[in-house]
Design a protein around this ligand. Structure first.
Ligand code: PLP
Length: 360
């Protein structure tokens, strides 16, 4: 059957998500499967979020509040901005798509790192833009080279901070230098999905650029530390002008009613956030020393995952770990990414990796 497709769409391939636990159980007849593949919170959802979801059930026959009044107000209060500076997405993923469709004309350029969140490229190309990739240096964004990559056609700049999949961070000083060199009309996207996990005191305060009225958007999500990846809700903090533009392409009910309720409750759950951070910090130390002991030095990470060199084909390691009931992520070549889990899960992963590396 003849079908006509834009060549940009043909150049893309479908996103391959982390393997679901149930699929692996079915495939290998495994009872216990540990998933450390998608940077999810190993402690589960915020209990405060779970407690309110029942409330939302009785009104599921109604459309959600398309303006998400209460959640946007709460986020505005939290970040000292006005509600017209807050936009919600069906995950922050959706906001990346809205940004590409809003700001890119065919052939326009979006600058990003070469090893970063794969959705940027996908959304840019789907919007018929051009992804201009700048190589990382020692697994870190090269801000000087990113500034040099700007052309009159550049409309978007993606900064994934901390970067997925490497876990590395761009410092406050590096961001300041970069923004002094980037033309004002370029919309700078600070993707800070792992913000709440960052320990470094040099992490930039990207919100200040928004408050100054700079063309910038800070993306955050309820999918990571808040433990609500399945609900699909993220947000952007930006200028009133950019919110207004993005709202022209935003599907009106993109943030569903349960997601709005759950996110609002999770936002007030400081205890769950604090516990999750603490579990991540100790799990990170456990994994770092465990990996180092196996000769797999991980890259320094500010997030809830580690990126390491397996010393041999990473795909083979990934597949061998699957057979042991451990799901990680093969990124490319010898590089593998593992999410920090609970202590017991981390230990099972390290034991399985040791076995896999020994048997070759
Ligand atoms: C997980 C992640 C997101 C958030 O995705 P959601 O759509 O909010 O679930 C965004 N950016 C990066 C870099 C991520 O790793």
């Amino acid at each position: 059957m003849t079908i006509h497709v834009h060549p940009d769409i043909l150049s893309l391939s479908p996103y391959v998500p982390g393997k679901p636990i149930e699929e692996l159980q079915r495939e290998f007849g495994l009872e216990r499967v540990i998933k450390l593949a998608s940077n999810e919170n190993p402690l589960g959802p915020s209990p405060k979020a779970l407690a309110v979801l029942n409330e939302g059930m009785a009104t599921l026959h109604r459309y959600p509040d398309g303006g998400a009044f209460r959640l946007r107000q709460a986020l505005a209060d939290r970040w000292k901005v006005t509600p017209d500076q807050v936009i919600l997405g069906n995950g922050s993923d959706e906001l990346l798509g809205l940004l590409a469709r809003t700001f890119l004309s065919p052939g326009d350029e979006a600058v990003m790192a070469d090893h970063t969140f794969v959705i940027y490229k996908m959304e840019v190309v789907a919007a018929h833009g051009k992804a201009v990739t700048v190589p990382l240096v020692q697994w870190r964004h090269d801000v000087a080279a990113m500034a040099e990559a700007m052309t009159p056609r550049t409309k978007l700049l993606f900064l994934c901070n901390p970067n997925n999949p490497t876990g590395t961070m761009v410092s406050r000083e590096e961001v300041a230098r970069l923004l002094s060199q980037v033309p004002e009309h370029v919309v700078v996207v600070f993707d800070e999905a792992y913000f709440e996990y960052v320990r470094s005191a040099d992490f930039p305060d990207s919100m200040t650029y928004v408050r100054q009225g700079r063309n910038a958007i800070v993306l955050r999500t309820f999918s990571k530390i808040y433990g609500l990846a399945g609900l699909r809700i993220g947000y952007g903090i930006t200028t009133p002008e950019i919110t207004n533009l993005l709202n022209r392409v935003r599907p009106p009910f993109n943030a569903n009613s349960l997601a709005q309720l759950g996110a609002l409750a999770a936002l007030g759950d400081d205890e769950h956030v604090a516990t999750s951070r603490a579990v991540n910090e100790s799990g990170m130390d456990q994994l770092k020393s465990g990996l180092a002991a196996l000769g797999c030095m991980p890259v320094p990470s500010e997030a809830n995952f580690l990126y390491f060199d397996a010393g041999c084909d990473g795909r083979r390691i990934f597949e061998a770990l699957l057979r042991q009931g451990v799901i990680v992520r093969h990124i490319e070549g010898r590089m593998v990414r593992v999410t920090v889990g609970q202590a017991e899960e981390n230990q099972i992963f390290l034991t399985a990796l040791a076995r896999v590396l020994k048997t070759g």
